[in-house]
Design a binder for this molecule. Structure first.
Ligand code: BDP
Length: 326
């Protein structure tokens, strides 16, 4: 009897220990950040992830969104994420390149044939592998999922149809040497500048133009100061959302699994919102008098070959695999 009791006691103790080894994460408010304003697809998808997280954990984990670059530009927000001051960050992959060089494969000009191709790549095994590269790097970020960043084209104060039209034009690019090289190869003069400074830089003539997808061009009102949109489509950069490794490590295994599941759902939800936003933005831009200009795309493609050669040289196999995705 005694023996049985002690066995039962042991079983109870082991049970308790097992339970203790995977305790639920402590209650936490996760600070999320984005340069885009309230209502932008990426922000909405992240807020919806937060609502689901709160419901699934009965309010133990909540998400508070800081949109509109309140917490700074992306370079600074990446640094804040690395130290845990921001828990979840949605950022362009462009700004992640200087921190995790392996992701630059997706940042190369004309690496994706079109957006359908890009989506297939990010949804499939290559997309998954690239998230893993961020996780395996010393960047202290855990990549949760992708978002659609559409196709980036040029906008200037004058129409651009050919590389020669870009001569002497100062074009703002995101802070990554790859993009400066890209603009210089395309015929212009690439200038690295934070997103927040761009509107006034365009207005005052510090730069002559910039490049982005229609939703960003429209929501940032850049079309009011640079109304010629030249459809170069030179960059199709996926966006990403990452969690600070400092915060991730505070989550239980169950909560980490929940985050991964909700991240995949957010990836798919953003896309639906994105397509709607692109259509609305193109419409809004046209109504506002923006001129959409067809360009000699092949000329820009050819001129950027050295950029692909330079940044892609260590990833020849990966690039072949990207090309093979149909
Ligand atoms: C937008 C991206 C945003 C970038 C911005 C930029 O969504 O993450 O910060 O471009 O050009 O399309 O800086």
């Amino acid at each position: 009897m005694k023996f049985r009791n002690s066995l039962a006691g042991l079983a109870l103790a082991v049970g308790a220990l097992t339970m203790m080894s995977t305790p639920a994460s402590a209650a936490m408010e996760l600070k999320a950040a984005d340069v885009h304003p309230e209502g932008y697809p990426n922000v909405v998808a992240m807020q919806n992830l937060g609502k689901k997280l709160e419901a699934a954990t009965a309010g133990r984990l909540t998400l508070k969104m800081f949109p509109g670059a309140i917490l700074g530009d992306e370079k600074s927000m990446i640094e804040q994420t690395q130290v845990g001051a921001i828990a979840i960050l949605r950022t362009s992959l462009g700004t992640v390149g200087p921190v995790v060089p392996e992701v630059n494969v997706f940042n190369m000009p004309f690496v994706f044939r079109d957006e359908t191709h890009m989506r297939k790549v990010i949804d499939g095994e290559i997309g998954y592998e690239l998230l893993g590269k961020i996780n395996a790097s010393p960047a202290k970020m855990v990549a949760l999922g992708w978002m659609d960043g559409g196709t980036r084209s040029l906008y200037l104060k004058k129409p651009v149809k050919t590389p020669a039209d870009l001569k002497g034009q100062k074009v703002r690019m995101m802070g990554n040497p790859l993009f400066i090289d890209t603009m210089n190869a395309m015929g212009g003069n690439g200038i690295a500048m934070g997103f927040g400074e761009l509107y006034s830089a365009l207005q005052t003539g510090v730069v002559d133009g910039a490049e982005n997808n229609p939703p960003t061009y429209f929501t940032q009102n850049h079309h009011t100061v640079a109304k010629y949109y030249s459809l170069t489509g030179h960059l199709i950069i996926p966006e990403i959302f990452v969690m600070s490794k400092v915060v991730w490590d505070k989550l239980s295994a169950d909560d980490q699994a929940l985050m991964k599941k909700l991240a995949r759902e957010a990836q798919m939800e953003q896309r639906v919102l994105w397509d709607k936003k692109v259509a609305e933005s193109v419409d809004g831009l046209k109504k506002a008098g923006v001129e959409f200009i067809e360009v000699d795309k092949v000329a820009f493609y050819d001129l950027t070959a050295p950029v692909r050669a330079k940044y892609g040289k260590d990833y020849a196999d990966l690039i072949k695999r990207i090309e093979a995705v149909n």
